[in-house]
Design a binder for this molecule. Structure first.
Ligand code: ZN
Length: 156
């Protein structure tokens, strides 16, 4: 099995695992998408994702057949998926949260997870947990008014 850092190279933006103190205003975040918004308000696809080492540890564990901690592993997959949603152009937090939850299965398979039963459980857990931001985003009408790229409150 590839080391997790090599597995993370499967994405269209660089993903690092060495974030210890995020830059302002991201303190407390477990992942960030570092990029300057475009003049049209969208996020460019040329930024960099940085994750806390604990997030990468759980991402690595998701590639094994046994997931010791479904809750934490799901959250780690979601944190990466949320940042990927930003990297696809979504600047709004509710939008990134909503789309991120729906990308949990995609992210898991992309980094080499193969336990479909656990991937399914993670997807259901994430989409249930983050269904509220989807409603807010869908009804907002203007998804591009968020002023900051933020992240979930998960402390990995
Ligand atoms: Zn965010």
């Amino acid at each position: 099995m590839l080391p997790i850092l090599l597995a993370l190279a499967a994405f269209h933006v660089p993903v690092g695992c060495s974030m210890t103190v995020p830059p302002a205003p991201f303190q407390g975040a477990t992942g960030v998408y570092l990029a300057a918004p475009l003049p049209n308000g969208l996020m460019p696809q040329t930024g960099t994702i940085q994750l806390r080492p604990g997030i990468c540890l759980y991402l690595d564990q998701s590639r094994g057949q046994t997931w010791a901690d479904l809750e934490s592993t799901t959250e780690a997959l979601y944190v990466l998926a949320h940042e990927l949603a930003h990297s696809y152009g979504i600047r709004n937090e509710d939008g990134a949260t909503c789309i991120g939850a729906r990308l949990v299965g995609f992210v898991a398979r992309k980094i080499g997870a193969t336990n479909e039963r656990m991937i399914g459980a993670a997807y259901r857990l994430a989409t249930a947990r983050y269904s509220q931001p989807c409603q807010g985003w869908d009804s907002h009408g203007d998804p591009w008014t968020s002023t900051a790229v933020n992240d979930s409150s998960f402390e990995g």
